[in-house]
Design a protein around this ligand. Structure first.
Ligand SMILES: [Zn+2]
Length: 228
C-alpha cells in the first residue's frame, strides 16, 4: 500500500494567519494574536508575566519539557513524545489525580537532558497528586527513578518480548543476563541527585510507579529526527 505525502495549502482567505483582519487589528502589548501564536511557550511566559491565568497554563508546558514549542504549532507536526507530553501538561493542571493510572510510551523521545529532568519533575507532580505511572522507556534516568522495573528482552523487536528481570532498578542492575541491567548499573553509579527519586515520593503516597523496558538500551535512545 502506498500513501501520498501530506499536502498543505495556504488558506487564500486569510493567507495562513488564521484570523480575519478585524481580529488581527487587536493588539496586546503591541502584538496581535498571530504574532502571539508564533512565540514559544517560554517566550510567552515572560510576555504575559502580568497575567496569572495565562501563566498558569503556560507553566505546565514548560514543566512538561515543552517550553520550546510555538503556541500556534500545528498538532500534526508534533512527534509522538511531544504529543504525549502535551497531554501530560493538560493533566498537570488537574487538581486530583488520586487513583489515576497513566501509561506513557517512550515519553522522553527527542528530549534533551534538561528537559528529561523536567519530565521527571512532572511525573513527580502526578504521583504526589495520587496517580500511578507505567512508562515504557529506554532512558536510564527514567528507569533508575522507577520503583519497579520489568525488563523485556533479551534483544529488541522480534528477538525480545520475554521478561528478563523484574525488581527495583538495583535488582535489574544486578541481573547478569539483562542488557538494561548492565547500562543501569553504570547509571546508578553516577550521583543520584537527592530528592529526584520517584520511589521516595511514591512510598509516601503508597503508590507504585513502574518502568517497562521493552528493548535493550542503546538501540533507540534519543533517536528522533524532529527535535526542535
Ligand atoms: Zn484562513
Amino acid at each position: 500500500m502506498r500513501f501520498l505525502a501530506d499536502v498543505e495549502l495556504i488558506c487564500e482567505e486569510c493567507r495562513g494567519t488564521r484570523y480575519k483582519s478585524g481580529i488581527l487589528d487587536v493588539r496586546y502589548r503591541e502584538k496581535n494574536i498571530r504574532e502571539v501564536l508564533q512565540m514559544t511557550a517560554r517566550e510567552a511566559l515572560s510576555f504575559f508575566a502580568a497575567k496569572p491565568k495565562i501563566i498558569a497554563r503556560l507553566k505546565v508546558l514548560e514543566e512538561a519539557g515543552l517550553g520550546y514549542l510555538r503556541l500556534g504549532q500545528s498538532a500534526t507536526t508534533l512527534s509522538g513524545g511531544e504529543a504525549q507530553r502535551l497531554k501530560l501538561a493538560a493533566h498537570l493542571t488537574r487538581q486530583d489525580n488520586a487513583g489515576v493510572l497513566y501509561i506513557f510510551d517512550e515519553p522522553t523521545t527527542g528530549l534533551h537532558f534538561d528537559d528529561i529532568q523536567k519530565l521527571l519533575g512532572a511525573f513527580h507532580k502526578l504521583i504526589e497528586g495520587g496517580a500511578s505511572l507505567m512508562v515504557i522507556e529506554h532512558n536510564l534516568d527514567v528507569i533508575k527513578s522507577a520503583d519497579w522495573v520489568i525488563d523485556l528482552g533479551p534483544e529488541g523487536g522480534d528477538q525480545g518480548g520475554r521478561v528478563i528481570a523484574t525488581g527495583t532498578p538495583e535488582d535489574i542492575a544486578a541481573a547478569r543476563i539483562s542488557h538494561t541491567g548492565r547500562y543501569l548499573a553504570r547509571a546508578l553509579q553516577e550521583n543520584r541527585p537527592q530528592g529526584t527519586s520517584l520511589s521516595k515520593i511514591s512510598d509516601i503516597a503508597g503508590e507504585k510507579a513502574s518502568a517497562l523496558a521493552t528493548e535493550p538500551i542503546g538501540s533507540t535512545v534519543g533517536a528522533e529526527p524532529r527535535a526542535r
